[in-house]
Each structure stands twice: as C-alpha cells, then as structure tokens.
Design a protein around this ligand. Structure first.
Ligand code: T4K
Length: 376
C-alpha cells in the first residue's frame, strides 16, 4: 500500500501570516538601519501585546527559555522551585541553568497541571517559588496555587508558552502570579521566528527584567546589575507584528481542525481527545495542541499507533514523553522521583499529539482517520 502523505505532516508546522505586511516592516527596519536593541518594531510589538494580554507590562525576549530564566532570576528565586514534569524540558532547564533545584510535582488528572495539594506537600525551607505550566494551553488552578504561595510566603509564576490568547474562566492568561512567560517559537500557534515575552503587572519586577535582559545597562555607560543578552531583534518583532494580524484566523483554523478531530476520534473506540479547555474558555482557546489519549481498549499500544502513523508520514509526537524527570540531568540527580508522580507517568504513556495549524485541513484530518480506521 502506498504511503498516505508524500509531504510529512508535522506537529508544529509554523503558521505564517501576511507576508507582504512582514516585508513592509522589514523594509522600514532597513530604512532606519536599526536592527536590534529596543528598536521601534520591538516597542510597537510590546505595546500591542500589553493591550492584547491586558497587563501593565510586556518585555519581549529572544526566546521563551531566556524569558523564563530572566523572569525567575529577577524574582530572586533560589534554592528549590516546584514545577510539573509534564512540560517541555526548557521549563526545568531554565531553573537548573541558574543553580535552582527543580522539584517535580505531580499533576491533577483533571487539569493536567500542577496539583496545589501536592505542591504544598513538597514545600521545604529551601522552596522560594512555584512555576506552574499551562500545559497544552489548559489553565492551571491559578487560585489554588496562589493560595499555597501566599500561605508559605513564596512566589508564583507561570510558563504560559502554550497559552497565548487563552482565557481561564473568561480572564486572559498573562496576568496571573508575579508574571507569565509566553513562547513565540516558530512551532507555536503565534510565532516571531524565535521569541518570547514576560507579561506582568509588577512595576518593580519589570524594571529588573529590563535591566537583566540588556547586560544590566541602565544608561549608556552605567551598569546597575548583572545581566545577559535577552533582547528580541527587529526582524523577529516584524514577524510578530505581521502574525499578530492573523491571530484570529489562526485560532479559527485550529478550532475548526480540533472540532474535526473530535468528530473523527469519537467514532474510534479506545481513542479519546483530551479537552483543551473548559467550556466557557472555548471561544478564546488557541487549540494549538491536539492531544489524543490511547486507551487500554484500543487494539494497538500508543507506540505501535505512533509507528504506523510515522510510516505514513503523519509525524505525531509524544510531547512530553518521557517527562522532564526522566531526562538528564534530572534522571541522574533524582532517580526515584517518578514514584511520586503517578498521574504524570500515567498520562505520558498514553498521549499522542496530532498535527494542526494552517498547514492542516479537514480533508487531511479525514484522510488521517481513514487510515487509522483501517487498523482497528
Ligand atoms: N515552556 C514550554 C512549556 C514549551 O513548550 C517551550 C517550547 C518552552 C518553554 C521554551 O520556549 P522557547 O525557548 O522554545 O521559545 C519544539 C520547540 O522548539 C519548542 O519551542 C516547543 N516548546 C516544543 C514544544 O516544541 P522540539 O524539540 O520538539 O522541536 P522540533 O525541532 O522537533 O520541531 C517540532 C516540529 O516542528 C518538527 O517536527 C518540524 C516542525 N517545524 C519546526 C520548525 C522549527 C517546522 O515544520 N518548521 C520549523 O521552522 O521543540
């Protein structure tokens, strides 16, 4: 039988907005001969993001990872920080890279995000913060986590890399905790090639973040703090500004694809589509990850299904298998941590993420599932 798709279908094929608009911004950039270091496009991008996310400050960065590192450093986090293991490894690396110990905590099987009661159990005298992750764009129990943070006088921030534009009980993600960090990597729903942003309502924190992202410079010849280079370039801001005009279109495409996946998956016993948000947050949800659970009554194991799909050029992913705690250096540093993460380990053995975004259409989804149906 011939391979189903000649061109591979990837999870993470970029969405690309109005190319003419992008090139106009790039022309302006060349005309000004201002390529990076807080140019006009970066300033405009930050303003638009601030309005969109409904926060007082947005600082765009060269990547989501660097944004996380700078945010946690500016917050003064040290010692131990509690986070989930069901996340991209960058969340843990951003801490470990600065000598902070990531303490992996189990998820709530309902939210797939940090379970506040479990977080509380892991607080030690060395704990300075909680780093929640709105995994797959699903919102954390932000109020439960804030209550734990307040009770123990520690700080809370969120990795919102998957949640751009999403709401939680109708409130835009971006303004919870001390700050929230988004990624604008090429594979994200909304991208600036590479990039990220720290969103916050904390005036003092944003000052530190701005210093730290620019080597600590407060003026031409004055350095007030240790810092690094976390700046976003003008060409990335141009991509961000151009793509920003298409955010509603990208969301509509993802929601349409997601609904089609739901219809097709419903007809297949043993496969279940993971809810991407609560009902009241559906209209805002970016639906950038189509997460499917392969249950015990499905005739193939998750990995067998993945191999068959890969053989057809349908490049589904097991994000975030095997879990950060089973990747280095965490695996060696904390070899037994998996035993306290039963829900995390369980879900990691069952999930497969399917491609979506602009490059995926309803006929493509139908063809994927015509193939899947042949295997049951
Ligand atoms: N926190 C969380 C929760 C995150 O998910 C991430 C990033 C971060 C923090 C860190 O943010 P950044 O520092 O990245 O801004 C990809 C992305 O590189 C990563 O940004 C993302 N999460 C993660 C979930 O996915 P990989 O290692 O899986 O990428 P890769 O190279 O396998 O690409 C994924 C697929 O996308 C490939 O099958 C091909 C396709 N692709 C990729 C690129 C770059 C394209 O079709 N075109 C492209 O230009 O991590």
């Amino acid at each position: 039988m011939s391979i189903e798709f000649k061109t591979p279908l990837h999870v993470g094929t970029p969405n690309i907005g109005d190319r003419t608009l992008f090139l106009e911004y790039v022309d302006q950039m060349f005309d000004r001969r201002w390529l990076t270091n807080h140019g006009e496009l970066v300033a405009e991008f930050e303003n638009q993001l601030k309005d969109y996310l409904g926060v007082r400050h947005c600082v765009v960065m060269c990547s989501g990872t660097i944004a996380l590192e700078i945010a946690t450093r500016a917050m003064g986090l040290t010692g131990e920080v509690i986070l989930p293991a069901l996340t991209f490894v960058a969340t843990a690396h951003a801490l470990q890279w600065q000598g902070i110990t990531p303490v992996f905590c189990d998820i709530d099987p309902e939210t797939l995000c940090l379970n506040p009661a479990e977080v509380e159990q892991l607080i030690s005298p060395r704990t300075t913060g909680i780093l929640g992750v709105h995994v797959y764009g699903r919102g954390c129990d932000v109020h439960g986590l804030q209550a734990v943070a307040d009770a123990h006088q520690i700080q809370l921030l969120f990795d919102a890399a998957h949640a751009f534009g999403n709401t939680l009980n109708g409130k835009k993600i971006g303004g919870f905790g001390e700050c929230e960090v988004f990624s604008f990597h090429a594979t994200k729903f909304f991208n600036s090639f590479e990039g990220g942003v720290v969103a916050t309502n904390n005036d003092a924190l944003v000052e530190k973040i701005r210093l730290m992202q620019n080597f600590g410079f407060s003026s031409w010849d004055r350095v007030d703090h240790i810092g690094t280079n976390g700046k976003m370039t003008e060409v990335c801001a141009a991509m961000g500004l151009a793509n920003f005009q298409s955010v509603d279109k990208f969301r509509a495409i993802n929601q349409r694809n997601r609904d089609r996946y739901a219809q097709r998956i419903e007809t297949i016993p043993g496969l279940r589509l993971v809810e991407h948000c609560a009902v009241e947050d559906r209209s805002a949800a970016n639906a950038q990850y189509v997460v499917v659970e392969v249950l015990e009554d499905y005739p193939l194991s998750r990995d067998e299904l993945m191999e068959r799909l890969h053989a057809e050029n349908i490049l589904v992913r097991r994000y975030f298998w095997p879990g950060c705690h089973r990747m280095e250096p965490y695996k060696t540093l904390h070899p037994h941590v998996g035993s306290r993460l039963p829900f995390t380990e369980d879900i990691l053995e069952r999930i497969l993420l399917f491609p979506t975004g602009e490059a995926i259409s309803m006929p493509i989804i139908d063809r994927i599932f015509a193939r899947v149906k042949q295997w049951i």
